[in-house]
Design a protein around this ligand. Sequence first.
Ligand SMILES: C[S@@+](CC[C@H](N)C(=O)[O-])C[C@H]1O[C@@H](n2cnc3c(N)ncnc32)[C@H](O)[C@@H]1O
Length: 302
Amino acid sequence: MASRVDPQELRAQCAAELDSRPTGHFHERPWLREAFLAVPREHFVPDQVWWPHPGADGLHPVIDRAVRPRSWLRAVYTAQASLITQVADGRVQPQDGPTKEAFTSAASCPAVVVDMLHYLDPHPGDRALEIGTGTGYSTALLAQRIPPQHLVSVEIDEHLADLARNKLAHLGLRPTVVCADGERGYPGRAPYTRIISTAAVRRIPQAWLDQAAPGAVIITPFNGPFGHDALLRLVADGNGGAQGRLVTGVAFMKVRGQREERPYSELGWPTATDTWPTYADADYRVTLRDGQQSIQIVPSPT
Ligand SMILES: C[S@@+](CC[C@H](N)C(=O)[O-])C[C@H]1O[C@@H](n2cnc3c(N)ncnc32)[C@H](O)[C@@H]1O
């Protein structure tokens, strides 16, 4: 007889794996471990998703809950895998089969979701803005920490925003979920003390800085010239500027308005070198001031 797969057990195993990482971030944020254990990720992941790693044919296979329920559930609780929930802005559906279309929405991998919330470090008194609701899973984790009247999540895709709002409500979670372009922030509820984007930017939108309270923490994947994105943690000055640094490497889809590549020199990066130092070897400092973005690389003292 096939072994039973219990979602709660898998969730606990996944949490234990996150805990065991050298850079695991549950240790310092007990609320985050509790939130992770309380939120059923399987409730937010669609029944059909694409696996992020392509097969030998170069196509991303579909995992269908109805066909392979145990594989689907294991995929939901794989700490290091994101699950692709939309490609080509929804023009291609999972029923169309394996794909090599561009990813346009995903349930981000649990390890990265946890890392981002660790760096965001939200508190119950915060007013938070999330850009990129996607499935609503990261919103649900945030909602374990921030009361609904102080939590806004913005998703550019109307269908995804509606789906996530309904999924959240089904669990009794009622943050404001709006369909809008998150690059404009959400001025109606500003100023925010925490801003998190789950889609990458090449340039920090000025609206985020303008809507950030003094001392607000902004976390976003930030595209860089070293071949991947990095997680950027900024602290806003409340005056349209901010300062911060890159904390770790990640990989994310870009916000819709910033999909096109731009010369890095235009984005405030220093002149290309043959080898970019690792985050351990150097501090990548990002400064936003007077509408200008600049990145400085300061070698760590040896
Ligand atoms: C990696 S997914 C989000 C993952 C999500 N937080 C989760 O846990 O499921 C990124 C999302 O950002 C959305 N997005 C892209 N550009 C956007 C924009 N300008 N404003 C708001 N959402 C945007 C995409 O539609 C996509 O759903």
